[in-house]
Design a protein around this ligand. Structure first.
Ligand code: SF4
Length: 341
């Protein structure tokens, strides 16, 4: 018998999800965000970062394969002895998932501590600051201090092609760029070399950057390890206005986010959803070569989470009760340029 929907409980909330849905996506149906770095809906599941560990319980079954009920009439649940990664666990009938128990919080703190062992504290000079998953999640789940007393591993930044800079110091080895390179190239040209603290993104990435869609590796990188050389040090992201923009493009959909200051376009990125995940790949021509306002039709301001530093002062917010409504026509003469201040 195949079920059309699966019923489960996540943090006490009843959720119905399609069979095969993983727990990160199922939790989103209930409005719960499970923190993660390597999981991305457009990419294969790696299970590398371990940030999405949760407690998973399944109903205790009797000899008749039916759930055993407790004294209160509710099914008894057997929780596993270890935490489970949510990205690679699919929903099942009667499953109970807990995402905020002391065990889970302690595990997240441990994962953050490991990830930050080698990551430099260079947020003030990193282009990813303000839109960095590592920055956000270390603030929410990390420790104030490190217990690591050895030296951090160090690499020189490398230019990989005319458009991308690799800062291996910042890489958390999530493999998102590896999977992206696998999707956009015919052969395997990009990967991780060596093991443990010697592991690094393969310099064969140079072969991947010759591809028309290589810039998407910048967008999927959850930290500042891969940065846009056409935007480096031009501006902090929170000084720019993210605007939805589009153009006729023969290579991609042409739907992008244009990061603007006044009428100047400082950078172009792919559009990201409310979970800060890339919606679709855009081509390098749109991303790196079309920086004039005349290249684009500006559709309107992109919604940004209220908690994001990018939303400070002047934007519509997404999915928040106290949204700041845009005042039409305050700034722009363009129809789409409707921002609050
Ligand atoms: S460079 Fe970025 S996307 Fe690639 S493995 Fe490192 S952190 Fe992940």
């Amino acid at each position: 018998m195949s079920l059309e929907t699966v019923n489960l409980m996540i943090d006490g909330r009843a959720v119905q999800a399609a069979p095969g849905t993983n727990l990160i996506e199922a939790a989103r149906l209930a409005g719960i965000e499970i923190p993660h770095f390597c999981y991305h809906p457009q990419l294969p599941i790696a299970g590398n970062c371990r940030m999405c560990l949760v407690e998973v319980g399944l109903p205790k079954l009797g000899p008749d394969r039916k759930p055993v009920l407790g004294a209160d009439g509710r099914p008894l649940v057997n929780f596993g002895p270890k935490l489970t990664i949510a990205c690679n666990t699919t929903v099942s009938e009667g499953m109970v998932v807990l995402t905020r128990t002391p065990r889970v919080i302690k595990a997240r703190r441990g994962v953050m501590e490991f990830l930050l062992i080698n990551h430099p504290l260079d947020c003030p000079v990193c282009d990813q600051a303000g839109e960095c998953d590592l920055q956000d999640l270390s603030f929410q789940h990390g420790l104030v201090e490190t217990r690591f007393e050895e030296g951090r591993r160090e690499f020189d930044p490398i230019d990989i092609g005319p458009f991308i800079k690799l800062h291996m110091n910042r890489c958390i080895l999530c493999y998102r760029c590896v999977f992206t390179a696998n999707q956009i190239t015919n052969q395997r040209v990009h990967g991780v070399l060596y093991r443990n603290d010697a592991a690094e993104i393969s310099t064969y990435i140079q072969n991947a950057v010759e591809n028309d869609f290589s810039g998407n590796m910048i967008d999927v990188c959850p930290v500042g390890a891969l940065t846009d050389r056409t935007f480096r040090f031009k501006s902090r992201v929170w000084f720019l206005k993210p605007m939805n923009a589009s153009r006729e493009c023969p290579k991609c959909s042409g739907k992008v986010t244009a990061w603007m200051f006044g009428n100047a376009i400082y950078r172009i990125t792919g559009r990201k959803d409310k979970y800060n995940e890339l919606e679709e790949f855009i081509c390098n021509e749109c991303r790196f070569e079309k920086k004039d306002l005349s290249d684009w039709t500006i559709e309107g301001p992109k919604q940004v989470k209220r908690q994001s530093v990018i939303s400070a002062n002047h934007y519509e917010n997404v999915e928040e009760p106290n949204v700041i409504k845009p005042i039409e026509g305050v700034m722009g003469k363009d129809e789409g340029d409707k921002v609050t201040k």
